[in-house]
Each structure stands twice: as structure tokens, then as C-alpha cells.
Design a protein around this ligand. Sequence first.
Ligand SMILES: C[S@@+](CC[C@H](N)C(=O)[O-])C[C@H]1O[C@@H](n2cnc3c(N)ncnc32)[C@H](O)[C@@H]1O
Length: 554
Amino acid sequence: MENNQTNEKLLAEIERLKKELKKKKKYGLVWEDKPEDVVEMCKEKLPVLKEVKSKEIITDKNKPVNLLIEGDNYHALSVLNYTHKGKIDVIYIDPPYNTGAKDWKYNNDYVDGEDAYRHSKWISLMHNRLKIAKNLLKQDGVLICAIDENEQAHLGVLLEGLFANYEIHLVTIVHNPRGVQGKNFSYVHEYAYFLFKKGLAVIGSKQRDEVLEEELRDHGGESLRTDAKNCFYPIFVKNNQIVGFGDVPKQGFHPKSKNVYIKNKTIEVWPIDVKGIERKWVFARNTVEGIKDKLFIIDKKNGDIDVFRIKDTQKPRTVWTGQKYDASTFGSKIVNALTEVLFPFPKSLYNTKDCLELVIKERKNAVVLDYFAGSGTTGHAVLELNQDGGNRKFILCTNNENGIAEKVCYPRVKKVINGYKNAKGEKVAGLGGNLKYYKTDFVDYKESTDKNKIRLTEEAIEMLCVKEGTFEEVENRVGFKIFKNSEHYAGIIFDQLAIKDFKKSIKDIKGKVSVYIFSLGDDSFEDEFEDVKRKVKLSPIPEAILKVYRRIFK
Ligand SMILES: C[S@@+](CC[C@H](N)C(=O)[O-])C[C@H]1O[C@@H](n2cnc3c(N)ncnc32)[C@H](O)[C@@H]1O
């Protein structure tokens, strides 16, 4: 009898252990997840933003406002989960590389090479942030993460686990051509991971080092007219110039020859080879006009005129070399010339700029986030990219370790925006732009009491303005405030009794008004806005914020 009972107990224990084993991860990264103080504190204190008004830089009111957020990036990313969900085109990060040389802190302690948990701590840091940063990317958004040999392999597996439906590409960049002398190899390179949703074509072309000239006629595998009928059309040439493009002819039509002389001394050039076989141009009829300025003609020895193209760009290769990626010349030297405090290992400006340009060259209103901003190279790169007339915006987040935010990142961005005198006393023109400086702050929120909800609402004003991009205060009344930018208005109502006056204030405003209305629950008082329902977009606060925080801090 006793034996039977022992057996039953043993079998139950085996079953329990089998279930436990099933729950364990079978493939992927496993690490010791030591709780992080900055994450734990969010269970009792909720992050908000507080502006440092004295650090505001405005050079053109009609241009977008860039943001610099000082604080731990876990808190900054939490706020951005409310203000910028699905709004970011590119997240570019250059985290500490975990070299063992005390290059970063975990729970306020520097992590050195002797720390047995150094990889686990680094993975926790990255995991906690990437998990919530992912929510910020647009559908066609791209994550770019710089890394070196210390954590590249771990990061790759971590990214695979977190970004399941994403393509992951790895680029090698020679950033230190002189090399770092190790016991065995001399390291000259680092990496950049590029991630985006599977199937997207979001990576643009890169300038070629050597320009090529090639026939416009296709010489590849499938180069016949029948392989792509929209690539078979005449190109009009007059006085040795390309003057236009004809329509794609109907299927049965055959041109008389490669060059057909038509009226007004105009020649039609067709993609027909020396044997008279109908082939195709490299570009379809609907795209060829876009590259017209890259086309030219050549008189061939046999008397024919042919069309050639200049190939000055190509899809980026996976190994990048070139002096411009040298972190010493185009990173440290640039930063040292702009700030008084030395900053270790900034990126080459052109390393970051080229990474970004591949994605946002054509996205003139792109929003770029860097939550390990350091000396602010990403902000500098975005300001340079905007010299094409673009209105791209950046959001930089950095802690203020050794004064990095206040003494390096901010002065650098300020000088790049406003202009400055270099070491030789020469004037360097400013690139223009606007910046607002925020610090992360906290609201005690151990429990969901009415008092805490009121406090959170009062402290969330700046966060709401950041969400709406409306920074100019137009009304400040007891029960409500109204802000605007050049495109729209946003109102914050603290007291339901102020709804009547608020509606009077927005009576003459054209366009939609985003209205945040205080509510102890999730009531947005639609009935009271019935008469202006087309004009307002209502959100109950703090519930809208709490919903986001409940999700990420659960
Ligand atoms: C490798 S550096 C970035 C360098 C930057 N790309 C540049 O070119 O200047 C990483 C930066 O992240 C900052 N940092 C590290 N941990 C952070 C955290 N938890 N929150 C905010 N910033 C952090 C460090 O202060 C450091 O300046």
C-alpha cells in the first residue's frame, strides 16, 4: 500500500517535471535576467517629461521641433510608447559594446570584464529596451543597431527572438583602419544590424565609388521584349539629345530597325540588338523619365545611335570601407571641436549618416529616434540630411553620465544648429533647426487612487504636447489649456465644469482639435461635445496613458 503511494507521488513528480521542461525555451537566447532597478521602479512611479525651458533652441517656427530627452532610456522609451507609438521611421542605436572596460552601468554599477554576469546584464539591458522600442516603429520602419564583436552574436539571437517577422541584415563597417592590436587579430571593423518587416524594400541605393557607363539595353538573363513588354518603347533623339520617350507599342508591332528616322530630324532608338532581335531597356516606360538625366547617347562605329546610362549608385554592399567611416577622424575630432568635455568613441558622422540615408533619403518628413544618443551624432546626421530641404526630425535620449547630455550632446547639437567658430577662428554656418530639451521625471503611483490620477494628469501636460507636437501655448485658463503648432491645436481639460468655456474658446478654430479630458475612469464625455463632435478628437486622461503603462510595466 505504502509502496503504491510512493510510486504515485513519483509519477506525479515526473509529470510535473515534464510539464516544466516543456515550458523551457528550446531554441534562442537564455540568460540570467537580473531585475533592473529602472524597470522595477516603474511599478510604483510612472515616468513623465519635464521641459528645461532654458535649453530651448528655435531658429525657424515653421520647421519641426527635435527633442533631446535626458534620463534613463527605459523611462524615455516608456513615455514614447504613449507619445510616438507607430510613428518612428528609423530607430538608430549605438549601445555600449560591453567591452569589459567599464563602458556602461547596470543598476548603478559599472560592468567590468570580471563580472560573471556581464553578458546576461547586457542582454537584459538590451531586451528590456528593444521590447518596448519595437512598438514605436512604423509599419515600414527600420531598426539599425551598431555593435562590435563583444556582443554581435548574442545581439543577433536576441533580435531574432524579438523581431520574429523581420528580415535581419548585417553590415560590416571598417571604422578603425589602423586596427586595435589584440593578442592575435587586429580588429578594424564593427557591425550594423538592419531590421525591417519581411518582404519590404526599404533600403535605398548608395553612391558608387566609381561611376560606370553601361548600355541602357538589357544584357542580363531575361533580356527579350517578351520578358517585360513595358520595357520595349522608342527613345526619341534629336540633335544628339534625348528629347522624349514613346509609348509601348501593341504586341504585333515591329520597328523597322534599331534607329528609325521620323519627321523633324528625330530618330527613334529601339532596344534591338545587332542581330535584329527585339530586346528590352533596363527601365520600364513608367520609370525611365525619372532617370532621364542619367541617360546619354553614343554614335556607334556601325552608324547606329545607342542609348547609354550613367550608373552612379548601387544597392549597398555588406562591407563598407572608406576613410569617412574612420571613428577617430570623423567622430572624435568632430566632437572634440564642438564640445569642451571629451567623449569616448563617438561614431563617425558619416557612418551614422550613411546608415540613415539608406532609409530616409526619400522620406523627407521622417522621424528618427536614437535612445543611446551619447554625443548626439544621430542628431547631427539628421540636420545634415535636412540640407536637401527635408523636414526630418530627431529624438535623442541619453543619460547624463559624466555630463554627456548637458555638456556634450546638447552643446554639440546647439552649435550645429546655430553655427560656431572653429579652432582656427573661422565661422562655420549653422544648419538651422529647433530643439526642445526634456528630463524624465516621475509621478508616485503605487495605487490607482483619485489623488494619483489627478497628479498624473497635472504632470502629463508636457508629454501631451510632445505627443501632439503642439508647443505654443495659446490659452491658459483655470480649467483648461490650449496649445498649437502651425498645423493644429490641442486642448487639455482638467475639470469637466470647464467644458463649456473650452468649447467657446475653440469656436473659431479651423480644423480638428485634439482634446484630452480628465476623467477618473475612461469616460471622454462625448455627450457634452455632441454639438462639436466633428471638430474634436476626444481622449480621456490619465486613462489613455495608464493603458499604455499597464501594458509595458505589467
Ligand atoms: C556608445 S555610446 C553612443 C555614442 C553615439 N552613437 C555617438 O556617436 O556619440 C552609448 C551612450 O549611451 C548612453 N547610455 C548608456 N546606458 C544608457 C541608459 N540606460 N539610458 C540612457 N543612455 C544610456 C551612454 O551614456 C553613452 O553615451
